[in-house]
Design a protein around this ligand. Structure first.
Ligand code: ADP
Ligand code: MG
Length: 347
């Protein structure tokens, strides 16, 4: 069955999976567009892997459907779905050369020898490992092994590539380098990527759009900026980045209004020349007095805890200036935030 070109790459409808009394995936609806770099972000145990396995066909849904390219594949086995998966543990064959590892998926699909060679080499080129095609996996670094796993998945030219925490085993430096490479490769091949991670920085860095998972459900879907700037609820505000949450009497005292409010730490300024007694600036910014209770220097930025009385706020300041007295524990300061730094949340 040929897919209509305008169909979304992946559509999940009312997708559900239970294991005994555990609801791993709780009636999820989701559409991933063709060519998108889509991230599934959520804490461990929130159902991300189970969703990925149902898209791949390794896991059968308890209820609901999976459509790929407009075709209902819910009842189809993995090998009849146009997707491949890259796992965190690479799953390479230790006794085979890189070339043979990458060719493996093509052989299974019955591609002839010549085409196989070419496609595998092209995939190894894409991850810049074509010069090591004759090596075995144990002769590679962790980052190189992950690139082979990626090449193997890309070689079969699937419509959708599923990646389950593929960078989880790499150290931070390598991980950040691979994130940039992955993004470039995805742009180049134009394949739809569905990328699972519990790391919010990674999700925000990589994705065109993301879904935030919590306890088997999706809390919010949107692009990185939308999810970060306008989180849908307390969970998203707290899980994606750091948020100061103000509600009840604290909101009344600190914000001056009822309701629940989120304020990002980097949107709070520490005033250089505080004027005692001011509670607002000319531009409408709110000003509040506070005592610094903690200072965490982190190179590019400094994270402060500021006690306002009713609540302690986290404040992040950029260390742009190299001179002047740094803020110290015990300092009395004034904090200021603009009206648009406040984001209203449902209670
Ligand atoms: P994530 O990938 O977000 O960490 P998972 O999809 O692996 O989450 O798991 C979601 C929930 O389903 C967890 O509570 C997990 O323990 C449970 N679960 C996943 N797979 C199985 C299984 N094969 N048998 C029993 N419970 C499972
Ligand atoms: Mg998982």
């Amino acid at each position: 069955m040929a897919a209509a070109p305008s169909s979304p790459a992946v559509v999940l409808r009312q997708l559900r999976r239970t294991f005994g009394s555990t609801v791993a995936v709780d009636d999820i609806d989701l559409t991933v567009a063709d060519g998108e770099f889509f991230a599934m972000l959520g804490p461990s145990g929130s159902g991300k892997t189970t969703v990925l396995r149902m898209i791949a066909g390794f896991e059968q849904p308890t209820a609901g459907t999976v459509h790929l390219g407009g075709v209902d594949v819910t009842a189809l086995p993995p090998n009849r779905r146009d997707v491949t998966t890259v796992f965190q543990d690479y799953a390479l064959f230790p006794h085979m050369s890189l070339q043979d590892n990458v060719e493996y998926g093509l052989r299974v699909r019955g591609i002839d020898r010549n085409a196989r060679r070419k496609q595998a080499l092209a995939a190894l080129e894409m991850v810049r490992l074509d010069h090591l095609a004759d090596r075995r996996p144990h002769q590679l670094s962790g980052g190189q092994r992950q690139r082979v796993a990626l090449a193997r998945a890309l070689a079969v030219r699937p419509k959708v590539l599923l990646l389950d925490e593929p960078l989880g085993a790499l150290d931070l430096k390598l991980r950040e380098q691979m994130q940039i490479e992955l993004k470039a490769i995805q742009r180049e091949v134009g394949i739809t990527f569905v990328f699972v991670t519990h790391d919010q920085d990674e999700a925000l860095t990589l994705c065109d759009r993301l879904a935030v998972f919590n306890d088997g459900r999706i809390e919010q879907v949107g692009d990185a900026r939308t999810v970060y700037e306008t989180p849908a609820n307390r969970f998203v505000a707290g899980f994606v980045g750091t948020s100061n949450l103000l509600s009840g009497t604290v909101a009344e005292q600190v914000v001056g209004r009822t309701g629940t409010w989120a304020v990002r730490p980097e949107k709070i300024a520490v005033l250089a020349d505080p004027m005692a007694g001011t509670t607002a600036l000319a531009d409408g910014s709110t000003v509040r007095e506070a005592t610094i209770t903690e200072v965490v220097y982190a190179g590019a930025s400094t994270r402060l805890l500021a006690d306002l009385g009713p609540v302690t706020l986290t404040v992040t300041t950029l260390n742009a200036a190299t001179t002047g007295d740094p803020i110290a524990r015990g300092d009395r300061v004034r904090l200021a935030w603009a009206e648009d730094a406040l984001h209203s949340l449902p209670d």
